[in-house]
Design a protein around this ligand. Sequence first.
Ligand code: MTE
Ligand code: MOS
Length: 735
Amino acid sequence: MNKHNEIRVDAASKISGIERYTKDLRIKNALVAGTVRSSRAHARITSISFDEKFDWSKVTILSAKEMHNNFVAIIKNDMPYLAENEVNYVGEPILLIAAENETMLIEAKKHIEIKYKELVASTTLKVAVDRNRAEDLFEEILLENGEVDEVFKSADTIVEDIFETGFQEHVYLEPQVVVAIPDGNTIHIKGSMQCPYYVQNAMNELFMGTEVKVDVTQIMTGGAFGGKEDFPSLICGHVALLAKKTGRPIILSYNREEDIQFTTKRHPSKIHAKAAMSSDGKILGLDMDILLDSGAYATLSPVVLARAVLTSFGCYKIPNVRIHGRAVKTNITPSGAFRGFGGPQSLFAIEMLFEKVAETLKIPVWQIKKSNMLSLGDKLPTGQPIDYSYGLPQCVEKVLKSSDYEKKYNELKKYNENESAQTGILKGIGISLAAHGCGFTGVGENRIKAIAEMELLSGGKVLVKTANTEMGQGVDTAYKIIISKKLHLPFNDIIIEEKNTSKVPNSGPTVASRSTMIVGKLLLDNCEQILDALSLNHFEFSLQDFKKAAKEYFKNHDKLVVQKEYKHPNFIKFDENTYKGYGYPVYSWSANVAEIEIELTSYQVEVKKFYTAHDVGKAINKQQSEGQVQGGIVQGIGYAVYEALCIKDGEVQNRGFRDYIIPTIQDIPEMHVDIVEDAYFNGPYGAKALGELPFVGAAPAVASAVSFAIGKTATKIPLTPEVIATLIENNNYEH
Ligand code: MTE
Ligand code: MOS
């Protein structure tokens, strides 16, 4: 058994197809649910009529009027389960229908007519910003450090531009699906989700003051990427309400079309960034204005913006900064969590700002990035010192070497000057440095007080109780490795409890790449507690010793359940008003090099090679870590060049994979992945967060390579052929 390359515990069941997802549950007597949605971006509902030609006794209808507490509990509680008088985006749920089958559902929908009175809508970020209304500001953050105005007055050169990133759809393999099963006064909710306790909390609020009790179980989830972080709370409310009304099990499953149009997306961003530079290429000051398009309701926007602000200075030492961030309401499908959570937007801006600086000062971009990069002991603009677990310099060395960067940089510069290149294929090589703050932002982890629990079972097995969910990232395997190493138990003796809120404690959501670093560490502490109880903690012991000690223990006791609650080390503090202190307890780092080609008749960007080095503290499972890196990069390539969501009058135009293009196997470049392990003292075996970082650095590396190829900074993603054409032919885009 190779300790660093374990076969995933979910591999066989998934590859063979025997894994059971929510749609595979055979639920007797279930009704199917459907949603009647707004066709307007912003309007008052003036009437809803039910055609008499349809036999309404065959279906059950639910409207906002019958509801008790009509808000989805997230951060601001501003989003209703069902719109009552006013709709705020195309696709907003207005009515729910439960029917015996899909055919009847479709038939019923055809016989409902909703009339509206149109209201002024902000269907683009620009319109919303121009309207400048206080009520459209979901969140505003200001982070200042040093003397920004002074330094801009005295700088040798000022470089500025506007950087834009687009919407992105999660495209998890399994669309949204949840079920509710009534059982006396209890409703059991099951489904595809990241955070059973988020749903539990939302249901507690929804049924507050009634007799209804709810428990929530995560069923094996076919990918999530943040898309099943906040959104399931809405649809679980829908099925729970219908289950309560009909007394029958309800299944709600979105098809791909519905999923693409009406579930959350990555926040588009528009970032105005300005750098004050010395003549020798040192950055003296950064002034950045970040706008995130939040869509119609706040969902997680305040925390997404917080991460955007705290990622905006990238991996650089910048003595003077002013970062102003705003999350703005528009009349579009709400934006939500997506791998990177605000980080990819602002990291794109800072990386491309450095690209522009390099272009302006005529210094190779890798030199300018390297010479401004943080050194061990430097401080971030928040005042947080980077004085432990800083593996970025090592990542940069590795990636420059693996890609043979300098040599190729010079070769490709020459190649692009050829006439054949100018009319045939342009080539480029680009570089990005990326950081991802590990776990929740600021005081988040202290606030949620994650709990993990472990129980010693007779026979010397252990039962592991956390709320952290498997969604393809491999958390179940990571936990088994962490525990197995400590207790010397084989995987079969480590049993992972069902992720059911009546069986596992609240160890926090499966987000912010926190499961291994934060909850994995709690499990390691649980192991210590068990070893203490078995008096094994200070000895070398074998599996046999462990089993024997367990047997002895149960002679005198009937139970051993240990619990541990998470708290940051004391020096990790953050001030939410000034944004000073430790934004995160530690950061994971990456350096990335992309090689691309642009074919000049189609203007299609093709990513040919991708080299990356990631500092993850410690790879709990080497192969799985590389898998996360590869997957994140492919998703980042999609974000950079292919994925374009088209919105017209507030309505998402894309309907499926014909018009929402994601990378296929043919678009995946040759990849070289290095893992760097600069241990974090408070992670299990030194591990830090890994799940999101690979995504964050990918798009800027690709855009940097595109900038190289076309000889000017690419300020906007996705770099679709249309955008590339405009860039090459017109010099600039319209912002
Ligand atoms: N990998 C797979 N295969 N599927 C996913 O849904 N989600 C990503 C990342 N990697 C995801 C994934 C996101 S958004 C997060 S926050 C982390 O996994 C969460 O898991 P972790 O805490 O175990 O890193
Ligand atoms: Mo990940 S966006 O934090 O679910």
